[in-house]
Design a protein around this ligand. Structure first.
Ligand code: GLC
Length: 447
């Protein structure tokens, strides 16, 4: 009897999950969604840009929070903001040369400062020494280099007088009773209107916007969730104004199947293709070169070229995208450490991008040899074997005997001889000397 009750409970629970998973906001078919996301799924690699007043203190974009600064303590960064060397054409060129196909910029970060010329605030770039709508120029420059353009918009706002003090606010308190007093004069509904007005500006004043990256929700005690942002109406407005747009998953709408188009694992590598309710979902990991998103002068934990390439290849090998961040300086430049890394990735991408664009996880029946990562292009039926640790003279690919028409190095298109062995593996001969590319790739044309 107990067992039966347990079985029924489990069944009901599963049904509930199923019903939950089917809740939808829009009536878009799965095929229509795939079509809307097609370019993004193909392109795989984008640039994230975190730029704002925090580039002046140059010690993390959360500095106002970390150091519990008041608006007046933070004002000096607004007063001294003057990115006189800002040239978004240069940024766009660097992104393109790194092999990136799209870019997402912070139009406003948690500090509340707007890089765009919003009608609803004076806390914006046009009111600083530079006197320009920095987003307008950015959009034009990135489009001109052939990149898709995306807007990051912080739902959080540590400057707006109506944004209520919560547990991540610079003026937060350890005494739960105090929140009421702190928020007496603050009215979230007014902030919501501001948020809608600004998102509307971003979605109407800059032409076609390819991505909206909202950030972020933190439900629970003294937190903020979809009710605070009126997320359902917000996403509806965005999709109405920009029907083709792709939206991330930080509006706290997980209970809807279409409350976001992709999930956003931040600063860690996923162990396998992420799922929700047992179903694989689209995903993009966002990552920094070093620990911070905003320009951080003294940060020393910079990833090296190989780590960054492995991050990209491994993400694609699990069906995902990478959004890799730069934090420009307050003068408006991408600093030399970031430039060096972009160039390193670009050198590899120039000759190996075929193993990234249009690629995804390899078919499940293909075994991955040790020290390699596999990606696969389902349209061309080509399998890419990334040699993380260069083998001595040959590499065996289990189960592939008789299944490959032709093999070559990807970087120079030079033939690699192959033969089958008696265990069913395909053995590919490689030269003793490792080719002069960080991670050599073998391209296999499958039958
Ligand atoms: C976080 C941080 C933030 C950064 C972002 C990027 O949620 O608050 O500073 O902009 O993630 O994913």
């Amino acid at each position: 009897m107990k067992k039966l009750t347990f079985a029924i409970m489990t069944l009901l629970c599963c049904l509930q999950i199923q019903v939950q998973a089917q809740k939808k906001i829009f009536n878009e078919t799965p095929e229509q969604k795939e079509k809307r996301l097609a370019w993004w799924l193909h392109d795989r690699f984008g640039m994230f840009i975190h730029w704002g007043l925090y580039s002046l203190p140059a010690r993390h974009e959360w500095i106002k929070n970390y150091e519990r600064m008041t608006d007046s303590a933070y004002q000096k960064y607004f007063d001294n903001f003057d990115p006189d060397l800002y040239n978004p054409r240069e940024w766009a060129r660097m992104a393109r040369e790194a092999g990136m196909k799209y870019a997402v910029i912070t139009t406003k970060h948690h500090e509340g400062f707007c890089l765009f010329d919003s009608k609803f605030t004076d806390y914006k770039a046009t009111k600083t020494a530079i006197k320009k709508d920095l987003i307008k120029e950015w959009v034009e420059a990135f489009r001109a280099e052939g990149l898709k353009v995306g807007f990051y918009y912080s739902l959080i706002d540590w400057h707006h007088p109506d944004f209520t003090v919560d547990r991540v606010h610079p003026q937060r308190t350890n005494n739960a009773q105090e929140y009421e007093r702190l928020n007496q004069a603050r009215d979230m509904s007014k902030y919501r209107t501001y948020l809608f007005n600004q998102v509307k500006e971003l979605m109407t004043n800059y032409g076609k916007i390819d991505i909206l990256w909202t950030d972020f929700s933190y439900p629970g005690d003294h937190g903020k969730d979809h009710n605070d942002w009126n997320s359902i109406e917000l996403i509806k407005m965005v999709r109405k104004l920009q029907p083709g747009i792709i939206i991330n998953d930080r509006l706290d709408l997980e209970e809807y199947d279409d409350g976001g188009d992709f999930v956003t694992p931040e600063q860690y590598k996923v162990s396998e293709w992420p799922t929700r309710n047992g179903k694989r979902v689209h995903w993009e990991t966002c990552q920094t070169f070093s620990g911070s998103w905003g320009y951080y002068r003294d940060e020393t934990t910079w990833k090296d070229n190989k780590q960054l390439l492995v991050l990209l290849i491994e993400s694609v090998s699990k069906g995902g995208n990478v959004l890799l961040n730069v934090g420009p300086t307050s003068r408006g430049l991408i600093d030399s450490r970031a430039q060096e890394r972009l160039a390193g990735m670009g050198a590899w991408m120039k000759v190996n991008s075929r193993s990234i664009y249009g690629c995804t996880e390899a078919p499940a029946d293909i075994q991955r040899p040790d020290n390699t990562l596999l990606t696969y292009n389902p349209d061309t039926k080509r399998l890419y074997v990334h040699l993380l640790d260069y083998p001595l003279q040959r590499i065996a690919l289990p189960g592939l005997k008789g299944k490959v028409k032709y093999a070559q190095f990807l970087h120079d298109g030079s033939e690699l001889k192959m033969k089958g062995d008696d265990k069913g593996a395909l053995v590919v001969d490689v030269p003793v000397r490792k080719p002069d590319v960080e991670i050599p790739v073998i391209e296999l044309m499958l039958e």
